[in-house]
Write a protein that binds this ligand. Structure first.
Ligand code: NAP
Ligand code: GLV
Length: 317
């Protein structure tokens, strides 16, 4: 039997319950043959072999003695990987949804186009009732560097290349994507950063990528580069970012994700004139597509005993 555990948004229990109910309805429709339990139903913990989850608090799965595998309804699984109550031999399968990749590509295009077309500058001018042309550059003159060329990063890279930007991407292994220059390794990151006008982060959060966007990287960017963080908050060193905005090394930061979410009301990012904030909305999981992917994976497991490819715990993604 399946246990569905969803806990977002954590700050709003009513919305969280509505989220659970909506997920339950979609999952039941996608796999009517399955019994799906939630925190609201009575179940014997020993009957649960699959947990379908959205970022549950640590320890939420510790009471399931016969759990065989976990399916995340999010792409990023750093929270569940950090839960020490989950035995290391339990496979954690992350959601790999091409529809979500299209959605994040849309968000990346939106942020990059807004920066390329100087929307933060025009917003500031509008606030002063000032009519001023900030100039125009061709997309081909704007170089976009993407950190991470996985399902999300490669979708963003393709759309940005289609829009005419000069696109580069950094990953662990080299990639061959039409119109996208591939960089790997520490020296590759330095080379890419040196010619990046807009840096877009779509890395998973791992020990190797935490605080990757800090002074060390900002100092390699051309003066006045812009950054877009769609990965996770801890990819950015907040103090270093504020420092880089002060010196003009970084001219603007568009941030979707934060160390603490919701972003605390007194956080200095809120009122910063050079920061654009969105509340972790770059690519919400599509309930319909996500449920269908989970249902296909569960059915294959029930029929053939095959658990989908799990996250590599050594790499943490
Ligand atoms: P993915 O398919 O696993 O891709 C990860 C990419 O990062 C791969 O290209 C990988 O390189 C690269 N990478 C990982 N560690 C690296 C390192 N140390 N150095 C260089 N490259 C490294 O993951 P995904 O599905 O694209 O998702 C990426 C992240 O996007 C998620 O983990 C999540 O944090 C974020 N996300 C955010 C939202 C939002 O709404 N803001 C929505 C969905 C996802 P290789 O390809 O060579 O392995
Ligand atoms: C959302 O941030 C996800 O990782 O799916």
């Amino acid at each position: 039997m399946i246990l569905l555990l969803t806990s977002d948004p954590r700050d709003d229990p009513e919305a969280a319950d509505a989220g659970t109910a909506d997920w339950l309805a979609h999952l039941e429709e996608a796999m009517p043959e399955e019994t799906i339990h939630t925190v609201w139903t009575d179940y014997d913990p020993g009957d649960i072999d699959i947990a379908v989850i959205v970022q549950p608090p640590p320890g939420s799965l510790a009471h399931l003695p016969n759990l065989v595998w976990i399916h995340s309804l999010w792409a990023g699984v750093e929270t569940i990987l950090a839960d020490e109550t989950i035995p290391p031999d339990i496979p954690i399968v992350r959601l790999q949804d091409p529809h979500m990749a299209d959605t994040i590509a849309e968000a990346a295009a939106m942020h990059v186009l807004a920066l390329h077309r100087q929307m933060p500058g025009y917003r500031a001018l509008q606030n002063e009732h000032t009519w001023k042309d900030l100039g125009y550059a061709e997309t081909s003159e704007t170089r976009v560097g993407i950190l991470g060329l996985g399902l999300m990063g490669s979708a963003a890279a393709r759309v940005l290349a289609m829009l005419g930007f000069a696109v580069m991407g950094w990953s662990t292994t080299p990639k061959n994507i039409d119109g996208v220059e591939s960089f790997v390794g520490e020296s590759g990151l330095a080379d890419m950063a040196a010619k990046t006008d807009i840096l877009v982060n779509l890395l998973p959060l791992t020990p190797a990528t935490e605080r990757i966007m800090s002074s060390g990287l900002f100092d390699r960017l051309p003066t006045g580069a812009r950054i877009v963080n769609l990965g996770r908050g801890p990819h950015v060193d907040d103090d270093d970012l504020l420092g880089a905005l002060d010196t003009g090394r970084v001219a603007h930061a568009s941030l979707d994700v934060f160390w603490e979410e919701p972003l605390p009301a007194d956080h200095p990012f809120w009122d910063h004139p050079l920061i654009t904030i969105t509340p972790h909305v770059a690519a919400p999981t599509g309930r319909l597509t996500g449920s269908r992917i989970v249902a296909d994976n569960v059915r294959r497991y029930r029929a053939e005993g095959i658990i989908p490819e799990a996250v590599d715990r050594r790499l943490a993604y």
